[in-house]
Design a protein around this ligand. Sequence first.
Ligand SMILES: Cc1cc2nc3c(=O)[nH]c(=O)nc-3n(C[C@H](O)[C@H](O)[C@H](O)COP(=O)(O)OP(=O)(O)OC[C@H]3O[C@@H](n4cnc5c(N)ncnc54)[C@H](O)[C@@H]3O)c2cc1C
Length: 295
Amino acid sequence: MRDVPLAELTRWKIGGSAPAFANASSERQLRQLLAELGGQPVLVLGGGANLLISDDGPGGPVLMLDGEFKEYEVRERSIYCGAAAPLSGVVQAARRASRAGFWILEAVPGTVGGALRLNAGTAEEGIWDRALWAEAIWPDGSKRRLRRDDVKPRYRGIDLDPGAIFVWTEIAAPPADAARVEEEHGQRREAKLAAQVYDQPTCGSTWKNPAPPAPSAWQLIDRVGMRGARRGGAQISLKHANFIVNLGDARAQDVIELMLETRHRVHEETGILLEPEIHFWGIPEEVLRELGAVR
Ligand SMILES: Cc1cc2nc3c(=O)[nH]c(=O)nc-3n(C[C@H](O)[C@H](O)[C@H](O)COP(=O)(O)OP(=O)(O)OC[C@H]3O[C@@H](n4cnc5c(N)ncnc54)[C@H](O)[C@@H]3O)c2cc1C
C-alpha cells in the first residue's frame, strides 16, 4: 500500500504518511516482503507507544507484524510470544496463570517486539532480564536467535542493528505464589495509573531518567518550570512532567520544540543533558543530535 497515514497507528496520534506500508502475517510473508524490498531496511511499527513520527512521514517503508505474530502461549515455565503480541495480553495471561516476573510490564502499552527493542520494564529491570531468547530476521532474510549477551541490554535499550526485526521470543515464566503475583501486579498497575497519563494520547516517558543520584527526568522538568508548557497542540502533562500529551491537533514539530526547549533549559539550569526515551522516525539527523537522540 502507498501513502498510508500512520498517526492513528500511534498512541500520540501524530505523524505523516508512510510512502509504502505492508502487513506480514507469517514468516513466509515477511521474507517475501523483505525480498521485494531488495534488502533495504524497513521500519517496524509495533503499538506505536514509544515513537514520534515526523509530520513529513517516517522516511522509509513501514511494516507491521500481524497474524501468527500476534499469538502467545503460556507453557510450563515460559511464555512463547510472537513479536506483535500485545504486551497487555501476555502480561494478563502471566498474571492469571500466576507466573513470576511479569509485573514489571504491567500497564505498559505496545507489543512484545517493541518491548524487546526498548528493553521495556521498570527503572531497575527490563524484559531482557526475563527473555530466554528472541529471534530476529534481517532485511536480507537471515534469521538469528539472540540471547541476553548478544544484545547487551541496558536501561531502555539494547545493542542491536536497527534493521533487525524481532519475530519470536520465549520469556521465562516460572510458576509462583498466586497471592504474591496478584499483589505485585495490582500494586504496579495502581501506582502507574495514579502517577501516569492513560486518558490522553501520550507516548509514555519522553526522557530517560538520568543515572542516580541525579533527580529523575520529571523532577528536572519541574525544576525548570516546564510542567504545563505548551507548543501548538502539544503540552507537557500537568499530571506527570515527563509525559507530553497531544491536546488534539499536535504535530511532531510541536513535540520537538517542547523537547528542545526542555533539554536546553534543564542543561542550562542543572548541567544535566536529558536523553530521549522515545524513538524517532523521519526526523532530520541534526535535530536528533540536538535532542540527544544520537551522539
Ligand atoms: C501510558 C504509557 C505508559 C508506559 N509505561 C512504560 C513503562 O512502564 N516501561 C517502559 O519500558 N515503557 C513504557 N511505556 C512505553 C512503551 O509502552 C514501551 O516502550 C513499549 O515497549 C513500546 O512498544 P511498541 O510496540 O508500542 O513499540 P513502537 O512504539 O511501535 O516502536 C518503538 C521502537 O521499537 C521498534 N520495534 C517495534 N516492534 C519491533 C519488532 N518486532 N522488531 C524490532 N523493532 C521493533 C520500532 O521500530 C521502534 O523503533 C509506556 C507508554 C505509555 C503510553
